[in-house]
Ligand binder design. Structure first.
Ligand code: FE
Ligand code: CA
Length: 512
């Protein structure tokens, strides 16, 4: 069965076409990607960039060019099940987002693109099982935080080799800050190039586009995208460190900051395997969305940046008080909260998984009078309480929250009352470490013993780089923390430094 030609995203009309034969250098320098799979479709992505580190990336500044795509049941493309042609347009930086439909559930596919005389690398992807299917097992990768100049993406090279159904990326795909010798940052380049164009903070659309090109030129990241479908969400650094809605961390008027946010969101959509209809409208990009993996798991991917109230007490780690504990505060925004809680109500899944950005459970630094992170859920406790209450009301007894942002590994029990270890456990949180941010880390950092002592719901804490492999079955969840001894040199081996189990019937982590 051949899928009909899929029209390019609904917008006025593509720019005036130019000839694909005029592309003189390989335009597939940024690899391919797929994601947001459904039982019958998957998003296929690429971006044409013959000269990725130059504004305009070596292509005409207006117009469009046809790009062919195909999907097959085998790596040799002897059984092609879908193909079509789309117009890659200068206005979207020649990015391509194909929603390939008419596919079969729970099946592996291969895909590639062609334009002019050039053929892209092949990617492998996988559709999700039918919504009503009984699924014996799902394996997912959890990854985040890939500061380019702080380490190699060795974890991604290993991620590409993992046996996974899906990868969840929970934020800090790029970092917006100035990088390179002139910016004073340590740079682990080796054979990775770092042209001077990256020596200032990203503000304009061109800045963000170039920054994605830098990250996406990394062969390990390309391999991880080509190996698995990715389901992405962002955190702060895709726009600006610790921004909150329309509020910059700097003294910038919101209207001005929203222009920057619009540029950052446009570049984000251009570079991610998101459906054409997720295209941002000005400074708005509705990123929260829901996926099902048969009856085994429901994934509610959240956005805790776009709609949040400003951080209390000027942000940072602060003593909680009336400002942070104000019951009207929201991290998700009213609309997203309503959508999430309605989704709890209709869920029939064994596991209700919430991939999102920032730490959900309380994290103290000391037993008495500890400051809390005003940027994480600890700075919005009323929203956390509402979420847990909505889950209880819906009869959900085993939430699984996935997070990133902190550049450490944490396995935590979600407690009804974090002050009372005997209180009910409502689920578990897996906070996955960074890919490279923070450079080399320690398995047992200096505060290792103290942090575990003052946070009895914390079952594992470590600071090495890597990713987490999570296995879900109808009876239990298993988290394997896969870590690297170093990322400031290439080629580190990966090992499993901890494994924890959470039963579906009575949540809480214990060592495997
Ligand atoms: Fe980060
Ligand atoms: Ca972050």
């Amino acid at each position: 069965m051949v899928v009909a030609l899929v029209p390019y995203p609904a917008r006025a009309r593509a720019g005036r076409p130019w000839r694909a034969e005029d592309i003189k250098d390989n335009p597939f320098t940024l690899g391919v990607a797929s994601g947001d799979a459904l039982p019958d479709s998957v998003v296929l992505w690429t971006r044409l960039a013959p000269r990725p580190y130059e504004p305009g990336q070596g292509l005409p500044q207006t117009g469009s060019v046809p790009v062919d795509w195909e999907v097959a049941e085998d790596e040799k493309y002897s059984r092609v099940v879908g193909r079509g042609t789309v117009q890659a347009d200068a206005r979207d930086n020649y990015s391509v987002h194909v929603d390939a439909r008419g596919l079969s559930p729970a099946r592996t596919y291969w895909y590639r693109f062609r334009t002019g005389g050039w053929t892209s690398p092949t990617g492998r992807t996988r559709t999700t099982p039918a919504t009503t299917a009984t699924v014996a097992r799902m394996r997912l990768g959890l990854t985040s935080c890939q500061q380019y100049d702080e380490g190699y993406y060795t974890a991604h090279q290993h991620l590409a080799g993992e046996d996974l159904d899906a990868v969840f990326f929970v934020g800090d795909y790029i970092y917006e800050n100035a990088i390179g010798p002139q910016a004073g940052s340590r740079v682990y380049t080796g054979d990775r190039r770092l042209p001077e164009v990256f020596g200032h903070e990203c503000v304009t659309l061109d800045d963000y586009r170039l920054r994605y090109a830098l990250h996406k030129s990394d062969p390990d990241l390309q391999a991880a995208h080509a190996a698995h479908p990715w389901y992405v969400t962002w955190d702060d650094h895709e726009v600006e460190n610790n921004y909150a809605g329309a509020v910059s961390q700097d003294a910038v008027p919101p209207a001005q900051f929203l222009q920057r946010r619009a540029a950052a969101y446009q570049a984000y959509w251009e570079n991610m395997p998101l459906r054409p209809d997720r295209r941002p409208n000005g400074s708005a990009l509705p990123l929260y969305r829901r996926f099902h993996f048969g009856r085994l798991a429901q994934f509610d991917i959240l956005d805790t940046r776009q709609y949040r109230d400003d951080q209390a007490y000027g942000d940072g780690w602060r003593q909680p008080g009336p400002e942070s504990e104000n019951p009207s505060r929201t991290l998700l925004g009213a609309q997203q909260e309503g959508w999430l809680y309605a989704g709890f109500g209709s869920s029939t899944a064994t596991w209700n998984v919430i991939p999102q950005q920032v730490a959900f459970c309380r994290r103290r630094l000391s037993a008495q009078g500890s400051p809390l992170s005003m940027d994480a859920w600890d700075g919005y406790p009323a929203n956390r309480t509402r979420l847990l209450q909505a889950a209880r009301t819906a009869g959900i007894t085993n939430l699984m929250v996935l997070s990133g942002d902190s550049h450490i590994n944490l396995a935590m029990d979600i407690k009804d009352d974090f002050d009372n270890p005997a209180s009910a456990t409502r689920g578990v949180e897996i906070l996955g470490t960074s890919t490279s941010s923070g450079a080399d880390g320690l398995e047992k950092p200096e505060d290792w013993e103290a942090l575990l002592r003052v946070n009895p719901h914390m079952k594992y804490y470590a600071k090495r780089r890597g990713h987490v492999v999570i296995t879900l079955t109808p009876t239990e969840a298993r988290a394997d923390f896969r870590t690297l001894p170093y990322v400031t040199r290439p080629g580190a081996p990966i090992t499993t430094t901890a494994s924890l189990i959470c039963p579906a019937s009575h949540p809480g982590f214990t060592p495997a």
